[in-house]
Design a protein around this ligand. Structure first.
Ligand code: HEC
Ligand code: HEC
Length: 91
C-alpha cells in the first residue's frame, strides 16, 4: 500500500490539530500574559469584545525593536492570534 497525496494531507491535518491542542493545553512553557498595567486593560477588551479585538493591540509593544520584542521562533512567525496560545496570568 502506498501513501497517496490525500493520505498525506490527512496526516498533516491530524498533526496540525494535535499541535493546536498542545498549544492551548496550558502547557507551562507558554508565558502567561501578565496582569499588569501594560496588559490588564486588554483583559477587559477580551471580556467585552473577544480575543480577536484585544489582539489588535499586542503589536503596539510586541514587535522587533519595540518595547517587548517577540521571541524569534516558530511560534511567532505568524503572530496574529496571541491569545490562542497565551493564557492570562492568575489574578
Ligand atoms: C503597552 C505595551 C504592551 C502591550 C500593548 C502589550 N504588552 Fe505584553 N508585554 C509588555 C512588556 C513591557 C512586557 C515585558 C515585561 C512584563 O513582563 O510586563 C510584556 C510581556 C508579555 C508577555 C511575557 C510575560 C512573561 O512571562 O515573560 C506576554 C505573553 C505578553 N506580554 C503578551 C501580550 C499580549 C497577548 C498582548 C495583547 C493582548 C500584549 N502583551 C500587549 C508590553 C505590552
Ligand atoms: C502558537 C502559539 C503562540 C502564539 C500564536 C503566540 N505565542 Fe508568544 N509564546 C509562545 C510560547 C510557547 C512561548 C514560550 C516559549 C518561547 O519563547 O517561544 C511564547 C513566548 C512569548 C513571549 C516571551 C516571554 C518570555 O519569557 O520572554 C512573549 C512576549 C510572547 N510570547 C508574546 C506573544 C504575542 C504578543 C503574540 C501575538 C502577537 C504571541 N506571543 C503569539 C506561543 C505562542
Amino acid at each position: 500500500m502506498s501513501l497517496k497525496k490525500r493520505d498525506l494531507l490527512f496526516v498533516a491535518i491530524v498533526a496540525a490539530v494535535f499541535a493546536v491542542f498542545y498549544a492551548i493545553s496550558g502547557d507551562i512553557k507558554t508565558a502567561r500574559v501578565p496582569y499588569d498595567d501594560n496588559h490588564k486593560q486588554y483583559l477587559a477588551v477580551v471580556q467585552s469584545d473577544g480575543k480577536m479585538a484585544a489582539e489588535k493591540f499586542c503589536g503596539e509593544c510586541h514587535y522587533t525593536g519595540g518595547l517587548a520584542p517577540l521571541p524569534d521562533n516558530q511560534n511567532h512567525k505568524t503572530p496574529s492570534r496571541c491569545l490562542i496560545c497565551h493564557k492570562w496570568e492568575e489574578r
